[in-house]
Design a protein around this ligand. Sequence first.
Ligand code: GCO
Length: 452
Amino acid sequence: MAFSLPKNSPLLKKDFTYGVATAAFQIEGATNLDGRCESIWDRFCRTPGKVLNDDHGDIACDHYHRVEQDLDLIQSLGVDAYRFSIAWPRIEPSPDTWNEAGFAFYERIINGLIERGIKPYLTLYHWDLPQYLEEKGGWINRETAYRFAVYAQKVVARFGDRVTAYATFNEPWCSAFLGYRFGNHAPGLQSDRLGFQAAHHLLLAHGLALPALREYAPNAEHGIVLNFTPNYPLTDSKQDQQAASFADEEHSHWFLQPLLTGSYPKSIIEQHPEWVPTQLDEDLVIIARDIDFLGINFYTRQVVSASDQEDYNIISPQVDGSMQLTDIGWEVFPQALTELLQGFKKRYSNLPPIIITENGAADNTSPNENGEVIDSMRVAYYNDHLNALHNAIESGVNISGYFAWSLMDNFEWAEGYSQRFGIVYVDYETQKRTIKHSGYCWQEFLNKRGKD
Ligand code: GCO
């Protein structure tokens, strides 16, 4: 049984865009080939204790050598679009050196998608900063934002309107806060101050890149992808509610508000003036340049409570034994997706059209004796989140697309290969791909759409 939605759901219309998503470092491998330079993730993987089992991206899904086969696989699923990212280290392996082999690789993907009737959705930055830029401070260094704008211009000058949609960044929250504030992602620094400074430069880089994107791809859509894990209070107490709303300001609105209104949330500035990044007067005007879409990545929620010592306590995921968790330990709570979208619509009068650019579950089911992967938990997850999305659309939120994360199992960052998010199973020994039960559900759902 494929997914089940209310009969006349807008999600069943042919003009709603469905796709699958990946990211360069998570699938490509071939990290030393054709001139690619080292990225911060190659370095991080080589730093003992940072990535589970010392896993790395050297081979990953060997996508670099299997592009045609993987494009056929994508086509076989019946999707309208494919979201992938470009590795900056392949394009600019040393400062101001533009690597033809890098462009050629992505050109094959873009042309191969178009030939198969699939729309390319390109992300310019999905966390793999060239290591040589990190040596100069990475996202702490304002100069990196200007370097990004040059890189973006080179890419869009080459691919132009062949790409349907360009996203500047994937999840600047992760790059800045996991990378420079909490330290569990590359480059692994741990300082609030640096985290907020990196966040500012990432947003600035986004704004700086937009004019070139518009100039060279006037018919494409341009936007950015943010991740949100909405915060819920542990109890109804005023204190817990305040804690949850503070956590939302810090983690969600700190990124979204400057993009849409050109200002950072006041409550955070007042409570933590020491977090406010060094910036120039015009930065927020640049950051707030118009975008055509907002990409939203959604997986789970977080439960928090008031704290005497900290801004709040993080309780989840283990609030109590009744919560359903995916294999990575994240709570399944689809209603948070509906409420998140409704909340944004209420708060931001200029909220752009939304694309769900990632949604999915870690379900580590292995192949059974017949070689099939019956990932029932993932199927239920997709079904419930599609229905949550339906509810958001019914209440008036403008949502035009949905991408399942992920096309196939891949390198799950600090978790290495231990967590499987794919709708296609990857045997890392043989690189054999097997469509999972969830993949077949997608296939059936997509093929049936718009036909009733
Ligand atoms: C993201 C990450 C993905 C992760 C996924 C599951 O954009 O969040 O880019 O790369 O694999 O989110 O954690």
